[in-house]
Every structure is written in structure tokens, then in C-alpha cells.
Write a protein that binds this ligand. Structure first.
Ligand SMILES: *Cc1c(COP(=O)(O)O)cnc(C)c1O
Length: 396
């Protein structure tokens, strides 16, 4: 058995095999009690005194340091807050200001749409000839030239799990004088990340996926330490001010990563995340990565053996795959609903991707075999071919 497996630390409903921790991690057992205490003993009893007495104001940096360890960032370089879409905007806005002579933001067509939408919004706001350029993921390196201000990529593709080589891409990008932003949404808690070693200027990510912070858990932003005192924050909220409680009429950015704070932190959500992050304290990320790949290889092998009608959409090469495996199937939406109905939870991404996430903290080899057996039953006996599985819900 792996040293990584820590099933008892999570609430996992009876009869469920959860292969969707890449989208929303399950609840760590300790969260409920911590949030309850936070509500009754802190908010309830302390009222506004909690900001100082219970350390609410320092929470975004304190929890940021816990996230920093998982992504290979030094202490004091990561801060929590807002949602990932907001952090994308913040990183992009600061990045283009570092390269004022250039007008292009480069990204790829494998990026999550919200990242591209936020870039479009920023470009619209900046005007002055700014544009967003997107190319196929495999063409990014060739598309980097000296018209580009910033390159923004998500390391692991949300649909296929294809993984960019962070260090190699960053090197090419910086050699052309562009600023590098990495989105770690499907990397933090999933693969080994060495932010410091990658030398990228900015990174962002969310915490409700592999980090198990709960629905709506705040995002994080990293700024390379040598730049943190120089970057210009576009979302200049009062909590990023050098002295919020001086209530100056003019904005002066705070020291270092503090300037990437915007407004009041989500204290209850951060309390949940802080407990969830404690589960990572003894976890060696290289060991976790090895276990994740073992589970993925087992899954692929068993699916290809027992369910040959599914077509692998993820790379075969494990060095360029994150912590998820996707298969294509035309009726993938219905098939996934039938699967979920039988306790195997994955998800579906248009147009035809059935997506499965691998999270060695609470999944083992027996879970994988059990999930494949149910998948084979659903597929080989066409159990998905029913009207009730074909009606699309709001969240797929
Ligand atoms: C999950 C995800 C998001 C979601 O952004 P929110 O603002 O947290 O809703 C954005 N970008 C990427 C790459 C993602 O994987």
C-alpha cells in the first residue's frame, strides 16, 4: 500500500468511487469541526475582534505559505483570495505592464475558456492595439516572438490532461523577452511543480480541485520574489494598500505579495482550506506523482482491455500527462450520467470527453478496478442509452 493513501481523512460516501477530485475535491473529515468552531467560537463570540484575535487578517498569507510548499514556491510569495478568473486578470494586467512596448498576449486553444475570456476583457479595456493571440498547444513555442508581452498557459489541459513542460517553455518565452504566467489549476496537488526553479514571473491556481478546499475556495497568486515589490496591481483594493487602516485617499501598493490582495478575505472558506491544507504537510509530491501515474496506467490498461469502444484522448506518454485520463465517446454525456448513477463519479466536457481524475490521497488500485468493472457494464450493455441520461444539466 502507498504511503500517500489517507482515505480515512476524507468523507467519501458509501458506494461512491470518486474520480472527479480534479474538479471538486471531497471534504476532508476535519473541515466540518473546524468550520463549526470558526463560526461559533470566532465569528459568534469574537465578532469584529476576530480580525486581530483569531488572525483572520493574516489568513491569506498564512494559507498562501501552505500552498507555496505544494508548488515549490518560497515562503511569502503566494497569497490567497478571490477566484481564479480574477487572479488570471490580475496576473495578466501586471504582466503586460512589465513589458510596455509590446501588445500581444499569447495563449493556447487548450486553455480553460475563462482564462481566455479574462484576457479578452483586459485587452478590450486596455485598447491601444492590445490583442489576444491563441495557437494550438503544440505550436506555442514556435509562436513566441518579440511582439509578445506575456504568455499565459495552463500547465495541464483541463480536457485531455496534456501537460506542458513548464521549465522548457518558460526558458523559450523569457529568451524572447516575454513574461511567463502559469495557471496551475490542474497542477497544484496533482503533479510536482517547481515554481522557483521554473523562474516564471507569475503563477495562479485554484484550491477547490486537487487541494480539496471546498466549493468556492479562494484562488492563489504567486509573484516571483524579485518582482513582487515592483509589479503594478490593476485591482488596487484597500487590502493590497501599504496601510489599509490609514485610509489614505491615494493608493500605495503594499509590500511584496501583499499588494496582490484585493478586498476582505473569505474567512470561513479559508478556515476550511487551512484544515484541508494540513493534510498535505507530510506529503512528498514526487511520491504522490508516482502513485497517481500508477493508478492512471492501471485505469488505461483495464479500460483498453475491457471497454475497447472508448478512445483515449489523453497522451500515452506519462511525462506529458497530468493527473487525469480522458476518453472520447460520442454519447459521453449519457455514458457519464449512467456511470454516476452507479456510483462512479467522473465528469463530461463538451463535445465528447469523459474525464476521470486520479487522486492518490483517497484512491487505490481496488477502486480503479471496481470503477472499470462498472464502466464496462455501462458501456458493453449500453446502459447509458436511456432518455433520462441524455438531458443536460447546468453543470456537466
Ligand atoms: C477550474 C479552472 C478555472 C475556474 O476559475 P474560477 O474563477 O475559479 O471559477 C479557471 N481556469 C482554469 C485553467 C481552470 O482549470
Amino acid at each position: 500500500m502507498s504511503n500517500i493513501l489517507n482515505k480515512d481523512a476524507f468523507i467519501l460516501p458509501e458506494g461512491v468511487i470518486y474520480l472527479d477530485g480534479n474538479s471538486l475535491g471531497p471534504m476532508p473529515r476535519a473541515v466540518a469541526a473546524r468550520v463549526q468552531t470558526m463560526l461559533t467560537d470566532e465569528w459568534g463570540e469574537m465578532l469584529i475582534r476576530g480580525w486581530n484575535t483569531a488572525g483572520w487578517m493574516d489568513q491569506p498569507i498564512r494559507v498562501g505559505n501552505m500552498v507555496a510548499r505544494i508548488v515549490g514556491a518560497p515562503e511569502g510569495t503566494v497569497v490567497m483570495g478571490d477566484t481564479l478568473s480574477i487572479k488570471v486578470f490580475q496576473a495578466l494586467a501586471s504582466a503586460v505592464k512589465l513589458n510596455p512596448e509590446r501588445r500581444v498576449i499569447l495563449s493556447d486553444t487548450g486553455n480553460f475558456p475563462s482564462d481566455l475570456y479574462m484576457a479578452e476583457g483586459l485587452v478590450g479595456l486596455l485598447e491601444q492595439g492590445y490583442e489576444l493571440r491563441t495557437v494550438a498547444p503544440e505550436d506555442v513555442v514556435d509562436a513566441v516572438d518579440d511582439s509578445i508581452a506575456a504568455v499565459m498557459l495552463t500547465e495541464v489541459d483541463y480536457r485531455t490532461g496534456r501537460k506542458h513542460d513548464m521549465k522548457a517553455v518558460t526558458k523559450v518565452v523569457q529568451a524572447k523577452g516575454c513574461v511567463m504566467i502559469w495557471d496551475l489549476a490542474h497542477s497544484a496537488g496533482a503533479v510536482e511543480v517547481d515554481l522557483h526553479g521554473s523562474n516564471c514571473e507569475f503563477a495562479i491556481g485554484c484550491t477547490y480541485k486537487y487541494l480539496n478546499g471546498g466549493p468556492g475556495a479562494p484562488a492563489f497568486i504567486y509573484v516571483r520574489p524579485d518582482l513582487a515589490d515592483h509589479v503594478q496591481p490593476a485591482l488596487s483594493g484597500w487590502l493590497g494598500h501599504r496601510q489599509p487602516f490609514a485610509f489614505d485617499l491615494d493608493y500605495t501598493p503594499g509590500a511584496g505579495i501583499e499588494r496582490m490582495r484585493v478586498g476582505t478575505p473569505p474567512v470561513i472558506q479559508l478556515a476550511a482550506l487551512e484544515v484541508a491544507m494540513e493534510l498535505w504537510e507530510g506529503v512528498d509530491m514526487s511520491e504522490l506523482r508516482a502513485e497517481s501515474l500508477k493508478l492512471q496506467e492501471q485505469f488505461i490498461e483495464e479500460v483498453e482491455r475491457d471497454v475497447p469502444q472508448l478512445v483515449l484522448a489523453s497522451p500515452c506518454d506519462t511525462s506529458i500527462r497530468g493527473s487525469q485520463v480522458s476518453f472520447r465517446f460520442k454519447e459521453g454525456y449519457a455514458a457519464m450520467q449512467a456511470l454516476i448513477d452507479r456510483g462512479v463519479i467522473g465528469d463530461f466536457r463538451a463535445p465528447d470527453i469523459m474525464r476521470f481524475g486520479f487522486t492518490p490521497l483517497y484512491l487505490d488500485a481496488a477502486d480503479i478496478s471496481a470503477a472499470v468493472a462498472i464502466l464496462a457494464d455501462v458501456m458493453n450493455n449500453k446502459l447509458w442509452d436511456q432518455d433520462k441520461y441524455k438531458v443536460r444539466s447546468k453543470v456537466t
